[in-house]
Design a protein around this ligand. Structure first.
Ligand code: AR6
Length: 202
């Protein structure tokens, strides 16, 4: 059964530096880790940006601060990004190789299907960009769950199901690991509940 695949194991934290509380699912291809995404020495970190791509608060602010001014300079050349889409840049002073900037939906409970489709688009487009750029390890922040107000349990369900669908798809073997980075307790709890269960999309 699917639950066998998602049995939790400790993952090897060595490529990720001194973070703990890492668990893995989907045969170790999906990991969850709590900490500051700007410290991860992975191939790509995924930023929760806004349509301007010119920086902001939350994780976006933290990534721009840690990367230094080269990042916003490159972002200025990109002409923004649509909601549910992603663009890639270099990572400058960050330990990651690349930054994938994605624009999550601003949550509105009256438009749940539209929000869900946009959030799914964020994860899909970021994973596609990773494969196109031959990046093998990708770490996501919990897109839209901060300033943009997406409820953490619903957002974690979409993140995990999109990742699993991607890994089961034709490009799935081109990625080594997808890491969900949690920061606040509410997202830690959401991923811990969602990941071990069957979250494949209907
Ligand atoms: N490492 C990992 N996750 C973090 C970090 C960090 N250093 N800091 C915050 N988080 P948010 P959004 C988590 O608000 O909701 C910006 O102004 C945080 O706990 O950063 O998509 C942009 O420019 C939450 O779970 O992004 C946009 O205008 C997650 O990152 C707007 O905010 C995302 O929260 C985007 O809002």
């Amino acid at each position: 059964t699917l639950s066998l695949l998602y049995k939790l194991n400790k993952i090897d934290p060595s490529p990720l530096g001194p973070l703990n509380n890492a668990t893995a699912a989907h045969n170790g291809q999906i990991g969850i880790i709590r900490g500051d995404i700007t410290t991860l020495a992975v191939d790509a970190i995924v930023n929760a940006a806004n349509k301007s791509l010119l920086g902001g608060g939350g994780v976006d602010g933290a990534i721009h601060r840690a990367a230094g001014p080269g990042l916003v300079a490159e972002c200025r050349t990109l002409d923004g990004c649509d909601t549910g889409s992603s663009k890639i840049t270099n990572a400058y002073k960050l330990p990651a190789k690349k930054v994938i900037h994605t624009v999550g939906p601003i949550y509105n409970s009256l438009y749940q299907q539209r929000c869900e489709a946009a959030l799914r688009g964020c994860y899909q487009s970021a994973l596609q960009l990773a494969v196109q750029n031959e990046l093998k390890t990708i770490a996501f922040s919990a897109i839209s769950t901060g300033i943009y107000g997406y409820p953490s349990p619903a957002a974690a369900r979409i993140a995990c199901s999109t990742a699993k669908d991607f890994l089961n798809g034709e490009d799935g073997d081109k990625l080594d690991r997808i890491i969900f980075v949690t920061f606040e307790e509410k997202d830690v709890n959401a991923y811990n509940r969602i990941l071990p269960s069957d979250t494949s999309s209907e």
